[in-house]
Ligand binder design. Structure first.
Ligand code: BGC
Length: 430
């Protein structure tokens, strides 16, 4: 059979496969869930929650292009953790630096300019966790100033009352403080959506200890998801003993998936009973895990979140540092991670649409091998992508043959082509 005939035959088989397999949606399926209409976000972490912006990012500051990149990928939300307490007077009236307010104003304006909703919070108020009674007044005064300052901003700005209450900020105290803070915020912001999470670092299981005001339905309950912690935090410099976990993988086994389902289903049951929407404000796996495991874990948690009717939104931790989906200089995406969060991202589609290159692969430290970024473990999905794979292989064979022929004719041209081969590991933006 001539090459042309083989080609036509494969095209035929591909079309037949393509039309006979309807897309299925299941929790394992990381393709976009069309029924999900909630927020899809990413944390701009390590910037404004450091003691000073730049302290944790080698001097890099938030720039316009951060928002442009986030929006261009297809996110519609950014969560910005903020250490207000490092920029306010220690004594009454606890005035927040006006230059710091200017900086946060700019961040909010940039979000809106890029059609991103934005969450701001109080993050890393460690002194409040250590000595709640002494810092209660200052904490509430910070909210008094923040809520007054932003009272006229669009409702696409959301307030999250406090990141990860823990240590001495016990359930009893936290339930009082959050009510006090909400009362203050509601004076100037009666209609703004608020976000509140439970103690023990916004742990799922402590949701049952969270008491939210019955008469305020515009409050979303948040939790953070990092289970199994030994996998997501292996090698994390701020978690003592975490070097011993290096090499822990997430293999998409049924037991591992059940573990995630059990934990998140606890939150879902709580939300149903308490008539609240849910927000997963942070989830992610640190850079030293195997990339394949990180991608599969992220895809699974994201798909699980989007299968939940009570889910208001999610925000991956975080954008361009150690958990990042992009490198810190914003030159390239870790496309596997990006695809696990946004399988329908226009950036990913753009790459698949070029016939000259295979899907972009990523590699980072700890990567066990390159992998097509957003294939899943489910058999159904493997079947669904079979026609694409067949077509891709055929086109590759076809072009290889063509190339070989021209190689014979012109070795110089072929060498030049080799030099110009795109870097398959990255989506380069520069
Ligand atoms: C903390 C970060 C940390 C992340 C994952 C966040 O809430 O603010 O410093 O990297 O959780 O542990």
């Amino acid at each position: 059979m001539k090459l042309k005939n083989i080609f036509s035959f494969f095209i035929f088989v591909t079309i037949i496969f393509g039309v006979s397999l309807t897309p299925k949606s299941s929790l394992n399926d990381v393709s976009g869930d069309d029924s999900y209409s909630g927020l899809r976000g990413v944390n701009l972490g390590n910037f404004l929650e450091a003691p000073n912006e730049g302290d944790w990012t080698n001097g890099l500051l938030i720039k316009e292009k951060h928002f442009q990149r986030i929006a261009s990928a297809g996110f519609n939300l950014v969560r910005v953790p903020i250490r207000w307490n490092a920029h306010a007077m220690d004594i009454t009236p606890y005035t927040i630096d006006s230059s710091f307010f200017d900086r946060v104003d700019w961040v909010i304006d940039q979000s809106f300019a890029n059609n991103l909703s934005i969450i701001i919070n109080i993050h890393h108020y460690n002194e409040l966790m250590a000595d709640p009674e002494s810092h209660r007044g200052r904490f509430l005064e910070l909210w008094q100033q923040i809520s007054h300052h932003y009272q006229n901003y669009s409702h696409d700005l959301f307030f999250e009352v406090l990141n990860e209450p823990h240590d001495n900020l016990t359930n009893i105290l936290w339930n009082q403080y959050l009510q006090d803070a909400i009362d203050i915020i509601r004076v100037t912001n009666p209609d703004r959506t608020l976000i509140v999470g439970p103690t023990n670092w916004n742990n799922v299981w402590t949701l049952s200890d969270l008491v939210l005001p019955q008469n305020d339905s515009n409050i979303v309950a948040t939790f953070h998801f990092y289970s199994p912690f030994e996998f997501t935090h292996q090698g994390a410099e701020w978690v003592s003993g975490s070097n011993a976990w290096l090499g822990t993988n997430w293999t998409s086994s049924q037991a591992e998936k059940d573990g995630i389902d059990n934990e998140i289903d606890f939150a879902v049951n709580w939300a149903k009973t308490n008539n609240r929407s849910l927000f997963i404000g942070e989830f992610g796996a640190y850079q030293y895990g195997y990339m394949n495991g990180r991608i599969e874990w992220t895809a699974y948690v994201r798909a699980k979140a989007e299968s939940i009717p009570e889910m208001w939104g999610w925000a991956y931790w975080e954008f361009c540092s150690g958990f990042g989906i992009m490198d810190s200089s914003l030159s390239y995406w870790y496309t596997g991670l990006l695809g696990s969060l946004l399988p329908d991202s226009p950036l990913i589609k753009r790459d698949y649409s070029t016939s000259s290159s295979l899907p972009v692969l990523e590699s980072t430290p700890g990567s066990e091998s390159s992998s097509i970024s957003f294939t899943t473990t489910s058999e159904s999905t493997n079947l669904e992508i079979m026609p694409i794979l067949l077509l891709t292989s055929l086109i590759t064979v076809f072009y290889k043959k063509k190339q070989e022929k021209s190689k014979e004719l012109d070795t110089i041209t072929s060498k030049k082509n080799e030099k110009n081969k795109p870097n398959e590991n990255r989506i380069n933006l520069h």
